[in-house]
Design a protein around this ligand. Structure first.
Ligand SMILES: [Zn+2]
Length: 743
């Protein structure tokens, strides 16, 4: 991000004289506000950080809360024949792993299981491979996760239990798309009630494991669509009623498995595979109240979800639901993607950034590779990267373990909208809500705002009153209760930025005739969604306003791809110039160049400020990258927050910011995404950033002992004037953490 001040500063320092003179020409600057595409204006007003949390003795926490590094060599059927167990255990131990995953499975037994249909791997030969691995880990002081896979089984099980299979609408068994010898098991059947518990109890009777985990279930990012005898009696998939039945079943099984885990040891527990960030399958609010380990299966970038911040986005979701309980993100050292090589290392810069994002967003490190051919891997390049990273992080556990996020903006996640919203007919976009999420995320990163996610089922005032503003990027589904919580939040002084169809559906996906927040936002629906056929609509500037700062020399700004027409409001700031033909150019002019339909509705009520965009502006920014939309969103966020911030980081470059309170003090994490591959492909290089100046106001009476830069392993000078702390991070390679130790 270049703000105008830094732009002038850096230009003067680094450009040749003629270019610098050109830069200082006010006409040049005002004529080119699009290229800057960033925040303009003065520094934000720093709000003092909240009083520090009372100290907690880590030894009083559940054991998993003190896990910081997780290791997994995901075991294949062939591993009992080729894996060197001592080498495997030595690697994870010397890397500093606190816990390792060892495969029990459910598809193939890695021990001499007596459970019927728990087929022994063909290289097992009666050997207790699982037991040997558990012993090797235990000998080195590492804890053990017993890893199971309940999602698939073999033909003999299907012959005996045809009712265990998922079925399509024709009644045909759903098979593994990659190996048709395996059928897909249905989560509503006795397979999950009988077969899975039998394996868990067998493991508990034979071994000393710390907890149980199931891979491959529940599904990530979508809901199952099964037509077996049981599921045929459930509501249709992709309905709110089905989603509730799905959640009920997950929690029923989760509690059942958790109780079985605890039959042997009361501090044992069960957890399942999760992920999918805001589009997680199970309801995150309900699950967050149950789970004590969030397994974020968000292993790497793919070509259809290409933004570099995929891991930290997941971390923000975990923070929103876990309230400080344990979360780990599975970072694949292998080559993830639409085309993948599960047994080959990926670009080191990309693997490292995923680990960076894991730590920055508050999760525990988790490093993962598949298969141990030829001892401990045909491709061994991933090993040094992981052990170097783990060993570095181990030196700084106290600073890298967050206690509380420091953010003054809450972004409503809208999980039900993410899963169930039908999207506007005009858009025809499969990834509509993902694009919306990426649009608001990129906007906030570009502006270096400190923000958290907030789940729609967690809008109680106690939780959200810490935020100066709530953002609702097309949160289409909102219940009456959630809307009342938003009203209460505004009554208490909070601000809102909402867009497009926010509140036009209830929690059962029933469409409302009027916006549920029409009273609050001062809007009234005037028709159905209007899409784009040719030129998208424009916003005509009607008068000056802080949300228009930095725009000059134009009467029009871009609107968005789709909009809900709303009734006119007094004294509008932007009005809609409806879309029109873009080809042929002969017809590319507006039949109606002036209307009274608002393109934004702004309200100013006490200390609350409310902004509503009728267009899908966040998503349109993601689709186009248009700097005017970015500036408009930045200005609006600054206006509704009254330009308040909890931490200000000034400098060049595109980065993601996290600020945490920690036990020793505070940690400011900067992830450097200034990279040609930030939006596609994998990172292969690091483009270092220059100085970043950090400024924050500490609670009164808090003194600072030191500011240490953990990646570059140096200290940096600081100034504490009153309660205002200032320091400069001279350089950011791919990642830097400024660890503030307070006294
Ligand atoms: Zn079924």
């Amino acid at each position: 991000m270049l703000n105008r001040r830094t732009f002038l500063k850096t230009s003067a320092a680094s450009l040749p004289l003629a270019a610098a003179i050109q830069t200082f020409n006010p006409a040049t600057i005002s004529a080119d506000p699009i290229a800057g595409a960033a925040i303009s204006g003065t520094d934000p007003k720093l709000i003092p950080l909240p009083a520090r949390l009372a100290p907690v003795d880590p030894s009083t926490l559940p054991w998993q809360q003190n896990i910081r590094r997780v290791g997994q060599s995901n075991m294949t059927e062939h591993d009992p024949a080729v894996m060197n167990i001592e080498e495997w255990a030595d690697y994870w131990h010397s890397a500093g792993a606190d816990i390792v995953f060892i495969s029990v499975t459910g598809i193939l037994a890695f021990y001499p299981s007596k459970v019927q249909f728990h087929r022994h791997g063909k290289f097992l030969n009666g050997r207790d491979f699982f037991g040997e691995c558990v012993a090797a880990a235990r000998k080195r002081g590492m804890r053990v996760v017993a890893r199971m896979s309940p999602d698939l089984n073999w033909g003999d099980a299907l012959d005996a239990h045809p009712e265990w299979a998922m079925r399509d609408a024709n009644g045909s068994v759903l098979l593994s798309p990659e190996d048709s010898r395996l059928f897909r098991t249905c989560m509503f059947t006795s397979y999950m009630d009988g077969y899975v518990p039998a394996i868990m109890r067998e493991i508990n009777s034979l071994y000393d494991v710390d907890c149980f985990y199931t891979n491959g279930w529940p599904p990530i990012g979508s809901l199952p669509n099964c037509h077996c005898a049981i599921c045929s009696k459930l509501p249709p998939s992709n309905t709110t009623a089905y989603w509730r039945a799905f959640d009920d079943r997950i929690l029923e099984l989760w509690h059942k498995y958790d109780a079985i885990a605890k039959e042997k040891k009361p501090d044992s527990f069960y957890f399942a595979n999760l992920g999918g960030n805001v589009r997680c399958g199970p309801n995150l609010d309900r699950l967050g109240r149950t789970a004590v380990w969030f397994q974020a299966d968000n292993q790497g970038r793919t070509s259809d979800d290409p933004a570099v911040w995929g891991c930290s986005l997941q971390g923000r979701v975990c923070s929103a639901m876990m309230d400080g309980k344990f979360a780990a993100n599975v970072s694949a050292a292998y080559s993830t993607g639409t085309v993948r090589w599960r047994n080959a290392s990926k670009n080191p810069a990309e693997a490292r950034m995923w680990l960076n994002e894991t730590l920055a967003s508050g999760m525990a490190l988790y490093y993962h590779f598949i298969g141990s051919e030829a001892g401990f891997g045909e491709d061994r390049r991933w090993q040094k990267l992981g052990s170097d990273y783990f060993q570095w992080a181990k030196k700084h556990d106290a600073h890298l373990t967050p206690r509380r996020s420091l953010a003054n903006i809450g972004v409503v996640m809208g999980q039900s909208t993410q899963l169930l919203y039908p999207t506007p007919v005009a858009a025809h976009a499969h990834d509509y809500m993902r694009e919306t999420t990426q649009g608001i995320y990129a906007t906030l990163l570009n502006g270096r705002f400190a923000f958290d996610f907030v789940h729609e089922d967690r809008l109680d005032l106690e939780r959200i009153s810490k935020y100066r503003a709530l953002l609702l990027p097309n949160i289409a589904m909102l219940s009456d209760r959630q809307c009342q919580q938003i009203r209460d939040y505004v009554s208490s002084g909070g601000s809102i930025m909402a867009s497009f169809e926010t509140g036009l559906y209830d929690e059962n996906l029933q469409r409302r005739e009027e916006f549920a927040l029409s009273d609050l936002l001062g809007i009234s629906k005037a028709g159905d969604v209007i899409g784009t056929n040719g030129n998208a609509y424009y916003g005509r500037i009607e008068r000056s306003h802080p949300i228009l700062d930095g725009f000059s020399n134009t009467n029009w700004l871009p609107g968005a791809q789709n909009r809900v027409p709303v009734k006119s409001v007094p004294d509008p700031v932007l009005t809609v110039v409806p879309g029109f033909v873009q080809y042929p150019p002969e017809l590319a002019y507006p039949p109606a160049s002036h209307t009274d339909e608002p393109a934004v509705v702004l309200r100013d009520v006490g200390s609350s400020r409310l902004a509503y965009f009728p267009g899908d502006i966040e998503r349109t920014f993601w689709l186009t990258g248009h700097g005017d939309l970015l500036r408009l969103l930045h200005n609006t966020i600054r206006w509704i927050t009254q330009d308040e911030a909890v931490v200000h980081v000034d400098g060049d470059g595109f980065l993601e910011l996290f600020a945490w309170e920690t036990a020793p003090g505070y940690a400011i994490h900067l992830l450097n995404y200034t990279n040609p591959n930030a939006h596609h492909g994998w990172l292969s290089t690091v483009n270092p950033l220059g100085p970043q100046t950090v400024c924050m106001t500490l609670p009164s009476g808090v003194k600072v002992n030191a500011v240490d830069l953990l990646r570059s392993d140096r200290t940096t000078p600081f100034r504490l004037e009153g309660s205002v702390l200032r320091f400069t991070i001279p350089r950011v390679d791919d990642y830097e953490i400024a660890a503030v130790t307070v006294g």
